[in-house]
Design a protein. Structure first.
Length: 157
């Protein structure tokens, strides 16, 4: 089984997808890692504020931090080799690094943000980012029909 390890900068929680203003790149990356897990890959994330020992004991991560500071984070490793640092990679890049073809990989069942189309079974709103406060994809503003009815449909406009 292929192992992907992510060494994240200090964040409030393990994914960074929390709080009142969620970074869309973090939400998308969290969804991409979840997708890799559903494909049978082992994914491990380490948060600098919660697991600093992992950063100190990994020679490549320690070297990058010494050379570049926290700007080196996040560091992404596949099978122990650094494949990316300083940015969150795309799903296409992640798939390529582990030898997967996105076009032939099955889409995740249920759950939002598995693809970029809205479907009845997922309730996804078309974007690839999921917000922590609403649990839906894309913009966090309510649509006109939900604002007038006063009820939230759980989907964003």
């Amino acid at each position: 089984m292929v192992m992907i390890e992510v060494f994240d900068p200090a964040m409030c929680c393990s994914t960074g997808v929390c709080g009142p203003s969620v970074d869309p790149a973090l939400a998308s990356f969290a969804a991409d890692l979840d997708w890799l897990s559903t494909q049978g890959l082992e994914v491990r994330r380490f948060n600098l504020s919660q697991e600093p020992g992992e950063f100190a004991t990994r020679s490549e991560v320690h070297r990058l931090l010494s050379d570049k500071g926290e700007g080196a984070l996040p560091v992404v490793m596949v099978e122990g080799a650094v494949v990316s640092d300083g940015r969150y990679p795309s799903r296409d890049e992640l798939a390529a690094w582990v030898g997967m073809d996105i076009a032939t990989s099955p889409a995740p069942a249920g759950g939002c943000c598995g693809d970029t189309t809205e479907t009845a079974d997922t309730g996804c709103c078309g974007d690839t980012t999921e917000t922590a406060d609403t649990g839906c994809c894309g913009d966090t503003t309510e649509t006109a029909d939900t604002a007038t009815s006063g009820e939230s449909t759980g989907c964003c406009g």
